[in-house]
Design a protein around this ligand. Structure first.
Ligand SMILES: Cc1cc2nc3c(=O)[nH]c(=O)nc-3n(C[C@H](O)[C@H](O)[C@H](O)COP(=O)(O)OP(=O)(O)OC[C@H]3O[C@@H](n4cnc5c(N)ncnc54)[C@H](O)[C@@H]3O)c2cc1C
Ligand code: FES
Ligand code: FES
Length: 483
């Protein structure tokens, strides 16, 4: 392993910040960016509404250099641990105005009467700033998606959307654009020669590798340490369950986990790729995955959350899992000892449990392209369309030869303690004609195949009904194809 450092350096707006956790009373390596900002005298714009990624009152924008360019991402600061800012620029609402004029998004909020309550407005402004830096003339769909993670319960979104439309119709220049070359230079300096960071405090050990080799070595040396990547699941253990996370390996900046590769037969996705990057990538390449990512969390969540984290969580309602089952995806697992490949179905072993050996990391997800005749679809049914947890989710794939089913996978989320295939229904359908009568019989089998839970999200009867109806929906959609 290369040498080690223990200081965290990042830019807070235009000021370089260096944190030594041993010398900074009140800060621990898992202090969230939200709590850090709130602890400072002049950064009270950011608010805590929920501390679990749902309300967006804590939205900030993080800028980082990628391929020589500055990339801006709106994120929920309540879910981000301070060391995750290493080498980046944290932009807060206090820095948007240039000292003389309001920023165009702030001015537009004033002009369109978009400013509502003081609790949510700073977060909303930061989401608009994120749109401003990433889009010129964004569509209403883009604006609405970017505001999904900002919850307003008082009035409505129309004036805010109008503000976004009017602000983002300009050339997109602001005082950040004028400073961009300098910001890139400063961030490049900060990131040059960076080495594994090890933070040891009396209560916590925090390791932040930047290379895959260092990450695997950390895993070897600290097999009990909790891995965190986007931390959208992990952070809740601290913010909601009040756990002290004693030993952490933070792989959020491991460059070797952030690749997207298309081969003749498959797609290879680095485990550390954010779901927002994967959403953009899969749009024209992996439509069933795109379909589910479109309604995954919010933009602030997708900018943090990773595909490796969604698989690693093994939640029974992990939204990418059914479609990965249906696609026969494989998981690449690596340790300093070597590499293993597992089918995703074998990797998920139970309720939030996976076949990950001590020392291993998920490094890659491999999605076969399948044959052009194979039909793959994904579905998510939840109480609300946006920013909600699935009541039932599904990933289906079907290959028919001359109208007869030769291969079918019906994978469900929300129907059992883990993502599960409806194997009885699959067996019934295999070798049958793919027609409405047979699908109707299969729906009856499916209706009794699982005994799902009743919980706050949905009752067991409802879940069974949804599952069977999704099968009919799949049949009807597949009828558009010439089978
Ligand atoms: C507001 C909100 C909305 C959400 N909406 C959705 C939703 O719509 N659908 C959905 O499915 N989920 C949702 N989630 C859950 C969460 O965002 C996802 O599970 C996400 O994909 C987790 O990724 P992460 O990188 O943040 O994981 P982390 O929190 O960093 O890690 C999650 C788990 O995976 C393990 N892990 C992470 N990376 C690796 C790796 N490379 N190798 C081995 N283990 C690893 C960690 O140890 C941990 O156990 C939501 C969460 C929040 C807070
Ligand atoms: S405080 Fe609600 S999303 Fe962070
Ligand atoms: S803007 Fe705060 S509740 Fe509506």
């Amino acid at each position: 392993m290369s040498g080690s450092g223990h200081l965290i350096r990042f830019f807070l707006n235009d000021k370089l910040v260096e944190i030594d956790f041993n010398a900074s009373a009140g800060l621990k390596p898992t202090t969230t960016v939200l709590n850090y900002l709130r602890s400072l005298p002049f950064y009270k714009g950011v608010k805590e509404g929920c501390a679990e990624g749902d309300c967006g009152a804590c939205t900030v924008v993080v800028a980082e250099v990628q391929n020589g360019k500055l990339v801006h991402k709106a994120i929920d600061s309540c879910l981000v641990f301070l060391p995750m800012l290493y080498g980046k620029q944290l932009i807060t609402v206090e820095h948007l105005a240039d000292g003389k004029d309001l920023h165009p998004v702030q001015q537009a909020m004033v002009d369109e009467n978009g400013s509502q309550c003081g609790y949510c407005t700073p977060g909303i402004v930061m989401s608009l700033f994120g749109i401003y830096k990433n889009h010129h003339h964004p569509s209403r769909e883009v604006i609405q998606d970017a505001l999904t993670g900002n919850l307003c319960r008082c009035t409505g979104y129309r004036p805010i959307i109008d503000a976004a439309e009017s602000a983002c119709s300009s050339r997109g220049w602001d005082h950040f654009s004028l400073a961009e070359a300098n910001t890139i230079r400063l961030l490049d300096e900060l990131n040059s020669g960076k080495e594994l960071i090890e933070i040891h405090t009396s209560l916590q050990q925090y390791y932040k590798p930047f290379t895959l080799a260092d990450a695997l070595e950390c895993r070897r040396l600290h097999p009990e340490a909790l891995i965190t990547c986007g931390s959208t699941d992990v952070a809740l253990r601290q913010t909601k369950k009040k756990e002290l996370l004693r030993e952490i390996i933070d792989i959020s900046d491991v460059a070797g986990l952030k690749f997207l590769e298309e081969n003749i037969d498959d797609f290879r996705i680095g485990a550390g790729v954010s779901l927002e990057n994967l959403l953009q990538y899969s749009k024209d390449r992996i439509p069933a995955l795109y379909n589910i990512l479109k309604i995954f969390g919010s933009l602030q969540i997708r900018n943090l959350a990773t595909i490796g984290g969604n698989i690693g969580s093994a939640s029974p309602i992990g939204d990418t899992l059914p479609v990965l089952f249906a696609s026969r995806a494989r998981v690449r697992l690596q340790s300093t000892e070597g590499v293993r490949f597992l089918n995703i179905e074998d990797f998920i072993t139970g309720y939030r449990s996976v076949d990950l050996k001590p020392g291993e990391l998920i490094t890659e997800i491999i999605i076969p392209k399948g044959s052009p005749e194979q039909i793959i679809r994904s579905y998510k049914v939840s109480r609300r369309k946006d920013l909600d947890i699935s009541s039932v989710s599904a990933g289906f794939s079907m290959l028919a030869v001359n109208g007869t089913v030769s291969e079918i996978i019906l994978a469900f989320g929300g129907m059992a303690a883990q993502t599960i295939r409806a194997t009885k229904t699959e067996t019934f359908l295999t070798g049958k004609e793919w027609n409405q009568a047979q699908v109707g019989k299969a729906m009856d089998i499916l209706h009794h195949e699982f005994t799902p839970l009743s919980d706050a999200r949905a009752g067991a009867d409802y879940r069974n009904l949804v599952a069977r109806n999704l099968l009919m929906k799949f049949y009807l959609e597949s009828s558009d194809h010439n089978i």
